[in-house]
Structure formats: C-alpha cells, structure tokens
Ligand binder design. Structure first.
Ligand code: ASP
Ligand code: MG
Length: 425
C-alpha cells in the first residue's frame, strides 16, 4: 500500500465531464489499495477570470481581498471533485489550504510555506477516505489571514504535502504527456522527456517553462521528493524529475544530454541605462535603486566604454509587470546617478537552452549563435550559467528562433506532440 499525492491542474478539471474523468482516475487509484491525497487547481482559466473580474471592479484590488477571491477558485473544484468521488462510492473529504495545515508567510499573492501540519488530511486517510486539498493557498499565523502562493502554486502545495506526509509518489497531472523539449503548443515536433534532473528542470522553469512551478521544483529538490509529470488524459508514463545526486531512478548510468530543453519567455522587458559614468560604484548604485522595487532582475550586460566618453551603457531584463515602477524609480534618481538616458523595451523575447551535458562539451554557444544567424535572427543580449545559455531577441521572432534551435540541437520528434486540453494561458 502506497501513499500517492496526485495534483490536477486547471485544464484537467475544466468542466463537469473533466471532473468526472479525474474522479474516476482517483477512485481507481484508491481501489487498487493506495492512500490518495489529491491537490487540485481552479477550474480551467477561472483564476484569470477572477483576476479580470477584480480588475473590472477596482483598478488596484487590495491584496488581502484578492487572495480571498482567488482561493475561492480552488474551493469550487475541490468540493465538486470530492462530491463526485463520493457519488462513485468512495469516501472523500475536501479541505482548504488552511484546513490542510499549509502554514505560510503573510505576503499576499506570494506567500511562502513555512510549515505543513496535515493532521486533518491524515485523519481522512486513516478513515480510508481520499483527501482533496485546495492548491495554491494557505494561512498565515502572523496575520491570521488566508494567503496564496503565487500563480501556478498548486504544484508547490502538492510537493509540500508529499514531503510532509512522506508520500511514496508525487504525480503532477497536466494536459500534455509530461515535460517536453519545448512548449508543444509552439513547436509541434517537441519531444517528451523521459527523465530530467531537478537542476535542469529548475533552469527551464526559471526561464519560462510553465509545466512546473519553479518553487515546486526547488521544494522537491530540497526535500527529496521525486516528481512524475504526466497526462490526466492517458495512463502513459510521463516525465520523472529526479535529483542527480541520488542517482538515476532506474539505476542507469546515462550520459547527460548536451541539450535537454528550450524555454521561452515573452513577459520580460529590457531596460537600458545609457551614459552611465564609468567609475566604481555606479553599478552598485543602479542595482540598489532597482532592488528597492523588489523587481526580479535577470540578465545584465554592461558595455565597454569608449575612452573619449568614459561613459557606458548598462542593460538588464525585468518582468514586464515590474516595468513601470523600475522606470519611475530610475527617473527619480537620474541626477544622483548621473546617467544620460533610460530606455524601456518590452518587445523582446528571452530564449534559454538548457542541458547538463553543456558542462562537458565545447562549442554549444557557437552552434546556437550560428543557428540563429543562419535564420537571420539578431541576438541582443546573452547570458550563461553552467548548464544554460540565454539570449534575447525581438519578440516577434520568438517562435522562429525556438523552432530553429530545436532543430539545430536535434530535438525534433518524428511525430507531432499531443496537447489534450487547455490554452496554456
Ligand atoms: N489556480 C492558480 C493559478 O491559476 C494556481 C494553480 O493553478 O496552480 O495560478
Ligand atoms: Mg491554474
């Protein structure tokens, strides 16, 4: 008898028929003798719809009330799922995040899990029932308020519960067959990956891959939870995300693939601070000012300064959502920093090529730059980590760039990937 945590995303429970299909799967797992804890997201795109609705009511919704609103989405799907399972003859109870013991920090919209006390979940299991937990939400002991973990946070709920309950398996169900070499909605020849290391998965998630929430991958890595990402529409094996320090799950000695996957991000903007005096301390000053806004800075590039001007340009990327406040704060401090101009460009795309085998192979960057050059695509920024190369291009060239790189690195499958549902929104 195993304890299995199963997480179902919004597109897997988008309507009554989907809920019945998922319930059937849970009932089958329970009837084969397993203890089952289910984490569920809000139905379909309902979180986006609730956000739109809030925006229609007031331009800047109060964060506390927004969390109250958004957590309702998961409460709807958890209750519907529990009653459907009960209707199929298996006992089931739904629990809100706070009932399930998801204790978080107090930051609305971005709360972090600080403790998991799943007493009621255990009690339900002890009674032989299935426990259904609302994803993406918790409770802060400090503020005594309901919180959310940030968009896509249900994955993290599932991993945290799997760790706290010492589950045997943590399955993340989606509307595609697993983790793909790139988004199969964009590149039809994307290939399913059978095994991927948590470090590669982290790089992909950080670079725009939406299949797993980055904090879920981090949490899983830290707590030794192996993830199985698979489709809720088939019973096929999906992708295993494992910690390479603990060895390959099948005990195989595998050569790290040079390139495992390609991620893309459109919601980033490039800020260029032009004519910065080339003297010590200016970069520190600029990035301290930007850090004050809590914006997440990614790539940073500083140009060499021509000897006659002794001024340089510094460019960096930030999420589009942080654009306004970053520009405002830079404008306010222009005289103090002494730069000449600031430029904001949100028509960019960021593409990241990731692979653990990059550590030990030469020439990957050259191959990447050559492939983009052959396709006539200009590179505006470059940054690298040990196992990742990221480039910035024009936003309208994103699809072409990803397709070209996917082919150049030999990732194309010989058939089209199946996307069972969802909008990828
Ligand atoms: N429903 C939330 C969202 O759409 C959480 C999740 O799906 O994981 O972001
Ligand atoms: Mg969702």
């Amino acid at each position: 008898m195993a304890l299995i945590v199963q997480k179902f995303g919004g597109s897997s429970v988008a309507d009554a028929d989907s809920i019945k299909r998922v319930a059937k799967r849970i009932v089958d797992t329970r009837r084969s003798g397993n203890d089952v804890v289910v984490v569920v997201s809000a139905m379909g795109d309902s979180t986006d719809e609730l956000l739109d609705l809030a925006g229609d009511c007031t331009p800047v919704p109060a964060p506390r009330e927004l969390d109250m609103l958004l957590t309702a989405g998961e409460r709807i799907s958890m209750a519907l799922l529990a009653m459907t399972i009960k209707g199929m003859g298996v006992d089931a109870y739904s629990f809100t995040g706070s009932q399930a013991g998801m204790i978080t920090t107090a930051e609305h919209g971005a709360a972090k899990i600080v403790d998991v006390t799943p007493g009621r979940v255990r009690e339900a299991l002890d009674k032989g029932a299935v426990a259904i937990v609302a994803g993406f939400q918790g409770f802060s002991r400090d503020s005594r308020d309901i919180t959310t973990l940030g968009r896509g946070g249900s994955d993290t709920t599932a991993v945290a519960l799997a760790a706290a309950l010492d589950a045997d398996q943590c399955e993340i169900y989606s509307d595609v067959d697993g983790v793909f070499t790139t988004d199969p909605r964009m590149v039809h020849k994307a290939k399913k990956i059978d095994y991927i290391t948590s470090e590669e998965m982290l790089e992909l998630a950080a670079s725009g891959s939406k299949i797993l929430h980055i904090r879920a991958v981090e949490y899983a890595r830290r707590h030794g939870v192996e993830l199985h990402v698979r489709s809720s529409f088939t019973s096929d094996v999906g992708t295993i995300v494992y910690n390479p320090e603990k060895g390959h799950p099948k005990g195989e000695t595998v050569e790290d693939p040079i390139i495992t996957g390609i991620a893309a991000e459109l919601n980033e903007a490039k800020v260029t601070v032009g004519g910065v005096p080339d003297v010590p301390g200016k970069a520190a000053q600029i990035f301290e000012i930007v850090a004050g806004t809590n914006a997440n800075i990614d790539m940073i590039v500083q140009n060499v300064s021509p000897a006659d001007t002794n001024r340089t340009d510094i460019s960096f990327t930030i999420p589009v959502a942080d654009g306004r406040k970053v520009i405002d704060v830079l404008n306010k401090n222009q005289a103090e920093v002494g730069y000449e101009a600031v430029n904001y460009d949100d028509q960019i795309a960021k593409i990241a090529v990731v692979g653990a085998g990059m550590r030990t192979s030469a020439g990957v960057s050259a191959q990447l730059f050559r492939a983009l050059y052959d396709a006539g695509i200009n590179i505006e920024m470059i940054s690298t980590s040990e196992i990742r190369i990221s480039v910035v291009t024009r936003a309208d060239l994103l699809d072409d760039a990803v397709r070209v790189l996917h082919t150049a690195f030999g990732l194309d499958a010989d058939h089209d990937a199946t996307v069972y549902a969802g909008t990828g929104r």
